[in-house]
Design a protein around this ligand. Structure first.
Ligand code: PLP
Length: 480
């Protein structure tokens, strides 16, 4: 690393990225390239002699950016957002610049200690119970994704129960979730060796706004106990991926507690919003949970990746995930006076993960983060009103946060035709390159999802997006 070279190239790179953000609205939001496009543009093998940075940036502009879908575009309304910010970007730069590997406290004490402090700050901002703070038996850890978060707590819960009933009973363990739970749980079960027949996916419907009903959980547990199985894990969701359904944490938590079941709350998207006091009620009952997860990289201005997991009993994680090879032994770890985050996650190595969250919290302050969330919710409400005013459309599920689920009504009563019509509308709108939205299926209805959450989105983008949808809808309806 040559410091002067870094200074020069770093400035050039920051200029490139700043120009990218300045021009971002000129790109089609959804990349319009065909599969395999890049192989035709790049050489078949690595250069033997070095290229210049200018050559690389030139290729970046002409060959790579056309194949990028612009998640930071103000016209990106698909999936859930993946926020960037100057603060998050600077934190990422610092982390890349320092480039330490903080798997154990000793390998960079500040990395571990800052993460513990920052996650305690955020736990307090969310008004999480004190049990989740690192000052007691619990604590927070930054994972890459919500998928990793649910996997590590599933492993911890599995091993905790198997220590009691014996390893051979793994085939009896039962996991509960709803049909709205993210597929990350299914993957975690596959990795954790939970028998596929023992993954209870409880049905939800529009009568509970797709929330998991405590009665159906109770019934399933009673049935499983009666046939000799061992209920051990529930994953509830606050802000489900399809429609922002909110499971009733308090009632579910009472059931898990009385049955000795690990209770995990996945608030990957909606958790961030709970820093606003008026939205905090969505996680009421979190005091019953054993673990709680939110993705700061979704809706909290922290560049990907930054998925925060809090647990009440860190020893459960550590008992499941710790290793202690000779080459990593050190006094601080041996004396058991420090946190070694290697024992709270799947990989060994880890970046200075907390820097960007620390920068975000400091450079915005909670009041600006709250205003940021509230603005997106207002923009989503605006969009919802626009949809409601056009009688050709319907709102499919109630809006709670910044996602609107809606669909175009079909003149034909046949459900297949209605589904095809909405699929065609999605394709038509996205292929304009002006906006990008995604879809889900709710009660067999193909449903369009409009998720506000890109940091650059303003009212005009929402209004223009609605116009694109209206124009494409009119075109399609004319062809019927
Ligand atoms: N849980 C919920 C509710 C989500 O919406 C998502 C992704 O959108 C996930 C989990 C998976 O997130 P990740 O990509 O961080 O694993």
């Amino acid at each position: 690393m040559n410091a002067e070279q870094l200074r020069e190239c770093g400035h050039r790179m920051v200029d490139f990225i700043a120009d990218y953000y300045k021009d971002i609205e000129n790109f089609p939001v959804l990349s319009q390239v065909q599969p395999g496009y890049l192989r035709q543009l790049l050489p078949g093998s690595a250069p033997v002699h070095p290229d210049t940075l200018e050559d690389v940036l030139d290729d970046m502009q002409r060959k790579i950016l056309p194949g990028v879908t612009h998640w930071q575009s103000p016209n990106f309304f698909a999936y859930y957002p993946s926020n960037s910010s100057v603060a998050g970007f600077l934190g990422e730069m610092l982390s890349a610049g320092i480039n330490m590997v903080g798997f154990s406290w000793i390998t960079s004490p500040a990395a571990t200690e800052l993460e513990m402090i920052v996650l305690d700050w955020l736990a307090k901002a969310l008004n999480l119970p004190d049990d989740f703070l690192s000052t007691g038996r619990g604590g927070g850890v930054i994972q890459g994704t919500a998928s990793e978060a649910v996997l590590v707590v599933l492993l911890a819960a599995r091993d905790k129960v198997l220590r009691k009933i014996g390893k051979d009973a793994i085939g009896k363990l039962v996991v509960y979730s709803s049909d709205q739970t993210h597929s990350a749980l299914q993957k975690a079960c596959q990795i954790a060796g939970i028998h596929p027949d023992n993954c209870r996916v409880l049905k939800t419907d529009s009568s509970t706004d797709y929330a998991l009903s405590p009665e159906s959980l109770s019934e399933a547990i009673t049935h499983d106990l009666a046939i000799g199985l061992v209920p051990f894990f529930l994953c509830a969701t606050v802000g489900s991926t399809s429609s922002t359904a909110v499971d009733p944490l308090l009632a579910l938590g009472k059931i898990t507690k009385s049955n000795g079941i690990w209770f995990h709350v996945d608030a990957a998207y909606a958790g961030s919003s709970c820093v606003c006091p008026e939205l905090r009620h969505y996680i009421d009952g979190v005091e019953e949970a054993d673990s709680f997860n939110m993705n700061a990289h979704k809706w909290f201005l922290t560049n990907f990746d930054c998925s925060i997991l809090w647990v009440k009993d860190r020893s459960a994680l550590i008992q499941s995930l710790s290793t202690n090879p000779e080459f990593l032994k050190n006094n601080a770890s041996e004396k058991n006076v420090v946190v070694d985050y290697k024992d709270w996650q799947i990989p060994l190595g880890r970046r200075f993960r907390s820097l960007k969250l620390w920068m975000v919290l400091r450079l915005y302050g909670l009041e600006n983060l709250q205003a940021y969330i509230r603005n997106h919710i207002k923009l989503a409400r605006d969009f919802e009103e626009l949809v409601a005013q056009d009688s050709r459309f319907e709102i499919v599920a109630p809006r709670k946060f910044s996602l609107v689920c809606f669909r175009l009504l079909s003149p034909q009563s046949d459900e297949d035709c209605a589904n095809k019509l909405n699929r065609d509308l999605l394709d038509a709108a996205n292929s304009t390159g002006k906006i990008y939205i995604s879809h889900t299926v709710l009660s067999n209805k193909y449903t369009l999802r409009f998720a506000v959450g890109a940091p650059l989105t303003e009212e005009r983008h929402v209004v223009d997006a609605w116009k694109v949808l209206q124009v494409e809808a009119s075109n399609l309806l004319r062809t019927l």
